[in-house]
Structures are given as C-alpha cells and as structure tokens.
Design a protein around this ligand. Structure first.
Ligand code: NDP
Ligand code: MG
Length: 402
C-alpha cells in the first residue's frame, strides 16, 4: 500500500482527467460529499484536494468545476477551448492545451491520485504517463486496457503502481477477490443488465433510433458507452479488461445477463463458494471505494432494499441478437493487436451511428469486416498498437464511406 494511505487524515491531492464527463462529474460529487463528512469520531476528515482537471473541449463545465474546486492546473485538449477558458479562469490557475499540455499536467500537478475518466483510446498515452510518474491510478477508462492491457500491466508492475478499477464490474471482482491468491479463484461471473434491447429480436433492432439507444434502463453514461451497452460490446470490452486487470483466462469468465443490475459481478472460488458484490446501480459507489480504498466511508447514497427488489433474474446472453459480444470474445481469444482493432472499429462505427451515417444493426458488420482484414501482430510494441489503432479506424471509415 502506498504511503499516502498510511496517514488516514492526510489530504490527498487528486487530478481528474475527463472531469466534464459522466464519471468525471460523479467523481467530483463524491469528493465534495466526502470532504463534508468527518471520517472518525474526532471529526478528522481525511479529505481530497482537487489539484488538476482536464477535458477535451467543454470549457463551460470545466470552468464551473474550476470555480468550485480551485485546481492549480486545468487542461483543455482543444486549443480554442483552452484559450476561451484562459480568459475567464482565476490567475492562480494554469491553463494548458493539446496532448502535450495534458502530459505536462500529469507530470507537474503534484497529484497523489489520478482519476482517469477520459473516454476512448485517447486515454492510452495519459495512462502510460501516469504510470511512469508513479501516480496511484483510479481507472474508469476501459479502452486503454482493452487495446494495450498486457503492456500496461507490465509497466505498472515495473513502476510499482496500483491501478484501482472503477468500472462497476471490475470494482466488484476486485472487492470479491480481496487480495486472495489467483490459484484459489475458479471463475468470474461478469454480470450485464442486457441493455435497453434485451428482449428485442433482430428485426426490431433494425428500427432503433439514437434516442432509444442513449436511454439505458439502469445506468446514465456517456454516449459511446451507452451505444456499447446497447450492442453488448461494452460487456465484450469488459471481458478483455477483466482478463488484463486480474490475469484471468478467457475460459474463467462467464457472462450472465442480470436485468436488475444489483449484482455487479461475482467470483467463484475453488471450494465452490461464490462471493457477489451487491449495491444499487450508482457509479458513485465504485468511485468512492477506489478513492477511499482500503477503507470504506459512509455516504448519503440510497442503499439497496431487498424487499423492494424482491427478485433477481439470470439469463444467458443471446449471441445471435448481439453479435458484438461474439466478436469481442474472438478478439480476446486472438489477443495481441486484435482487441485494438475491435475497439478502434467499434469507436468509428458508434460515432458513425451517432452521426446518422449507419444503422444500429450495421455496427457489428463493420467491426467484423475490419477484424477479418487485420493480420495480427504478435507481441506488439506500443508503436504497433498506435499504428494498428490508426489502421483500423481508417479501414472502418473506408467501409462506411465516412
Ligand atoms: P463521457 O463521454 O461522459 O466523458 C468523457 C470525458 O473525456 C469528458 O470529460 C471529455 O471531455 C473527455 N475527453 C474526450 N475525449 C478526450 C480526448 N481526446 N482527450 C482528453 N479528454 C477527452 O464518458 P464517460 O464518463 O461515460 O466514460 C469515461 C470512461 O469511463 C470510458 O472509457 C467509459 O467506458 C468508462 N466507464 C464509464 C462508465 C459510466 O457510467 N459512465 C461506467 C464504467 C466505465 P469533453 O467533455 O470536453 O468532451
Ligand atoms: Mg461496466
């Protein structure tokens, strides 16, 4: 455990990358709430100081956050947005821009903890920088782990950096494993709510609108992950994410559709005992756990009422209706550069769907075609991964004529 956590009452310095998104905003809500609540009977707070915030272009939300939390550093990757923000922010706050600005923010903002809540593959280089700077990483982003998991885990081990997951399923597995040896583990049940179209047939899916896709029955999330949840690609990405984070074989992971989404995943040990992590569907819970780990702190978030819930259901996933899940499993089996191709093609297909260039049911076909065209590079270097990502995006765009 890092030193920063041995002193319970120390203020921890936090940087939030992707602070204007769904996870970023929830993280700031958790921090504001934790800073209000005394941690022990003597009233000591063990609070968090927000030292840096970043976003891509949303200067309005970032400025509002900067006003409330007074970070010393902010970064907007888009230069025009950074210029707009610089004109309005307090003179005590440094405003950076571009990818280099984000890198400098990670290097110089003196954060103990970095919450990585950037969406998409763009989180890869910031994640690598955080590891090199030996930050404790609270990882919400899943794409970086999907495209370069083995390399990231190796680098984190080399630099003795802890990566604490926020994705609710990975947080559940982490909490159930609770430091137990890997050889005691038999299997992981990765739960999925099934998304908004769980009971649809392929014919009904053809008529799905963007609005329907973005309205998830259980979670309120960013646009890409909402589409991925509707195609079940999100669950596929989480299979690869779990394999990397916990060193699991593909054969040890089983997907369970659990529409109530209160069991966030389960772990089965070699003696047949299964531990499940259960809580209401609210991302503030796994975010808080990662922030306060290894301790638990009280909060004002609604607790689960079993008597209101009454029933929990479990089903097998339908691979015919949701082909993205099968494609993700294929990419997980092949490994190396194939998960990178899967993610890049999906990112482009989802963007094209959100821009009304293709239908919802076209998404898996595009990903599949790009995967078929790819020659896997075994033991890829970082450059191989970056090149593969670029190649797969280009191929997907050619297919869509986008
Ligand atoms: P959002 O789309 O809501 O937010 C994304 C954030 O990243 C925004 O702050 C955005 O800035 C910033 N960003 C986007 N592109 C770049 C870039 N190129 N460089 C720097 N910053 C960028 O996403 P979510 O919060 O929903 O998800 C974030 C990550 O967490 C994803 O990887 C997702 O899979 C994962 N996750 C999310 C969950 C959720 O409940 N939302 C649950 C589990 C995992 P701007 O606002 O300016 O565009
Ligand atoms: Mg998840």
């Amino acid at each position: 455990m890092l030193d920063i956590y041995s002193k319970l009452n120390d203020m921890k310095r936090v940087a939030i990358l992707g602070s204007t998104g769904s996870i970023g905003q929830n993280t700031l809500k958790v921090i504001a709430a934790l800073n209000k609540e005394p941690v022990d009977s003597r009233g000591k707070t063990g609070g968090f100081r927000v030292v840096a915030l970043s976003a891509n272009s949303n200067s309005d939300i970032l400025l509002r956050q900067a006003k409330q939390f007074n970070p010393k550093w902010i970064c907007l990757v888009q230069e025009a947005s950074a210029k707009r923000a610089a004109a309005k922010v307090s003179s005590r706050c440094r405003v950076l821009s571009k990818e280099e600005g984000l890198r400098d923010l990670i290097r110089h903002s003196n954060a103990d903890i970095v919450v990585l809540a950037i969406s998409g593959a763009n989180a890869l280089m910031p994640l690598i920088e955080c590891i090199k700077m030996k930050k404790r990483i609270i990882l919400a982003n899943k794409e970086a782990m999907v495209i370069a998991g083995p390399m990231i885990m190796k680098l984190a081990k080399k630099h003795k950096v802890e990566i604490l997951p926020v994705d609710s399923e990975q947080s559940a597995i982490w909490q159930c494993l609770d430091g137990k040896e890997k050889k005691q583990l038999r299997k992981v049940y990765l739960t999925a709510s099934g998304g908004p179209f769980k009971n649809h047939n392929p014919r009904q899916l053809r008529r799905i609108s963007i609005r329907n896709v973005l309205k998830h029955p259980r979670w309120n999330m960013g646009r890409r992950i909402s589409v991925d949840s509707a195609t079940l690609m999100n669950k596929g990405l989480e299979i690869i994410e779990a394999m990397c984070l916990f060193g699991l074989d593909l054969s040890q992971i089983e997907i369970v559709i659990h529409p109530e989404a209160v069991i966030h995943s389960m772990v089965e040990f070699i003696d047949g005992v299964i531990l499940a992590q259960i809580a209401i569907t609210d991302m503030r819970i796994p975010i808080q756990y990662a922030l306060t780990y290894p301790r638990r702190r009280p909060n004002k978030i609604r607790h689960l009422d079993f008597f209101k819930l009454r029933k929990m259901n479990f089903e097998k996933p339908n691979f015919k209706v949701f082909p993205c899940l099968g494609l993700a499993i294929e990419a997980a089996e092949k490994g190396a550069t194939m998960p990178c191709v899967l993610n890049a093609a999906d990112e482009i297909a989802v963007e094209a769907f959100l821009n009304r260039r293709i239908n919802f049911t076209d998404i898996p076909g595009i990903i599949e075609q790009v995967m078929r065209r790819h020659k896997v590079i075994t033991r890829p270097s970082l450059q191989d991964i970056l090149d593969t990502d670029k190649w797969a995006r280009k191929e997907a765009k050619i297919l869509i004529n986008y």
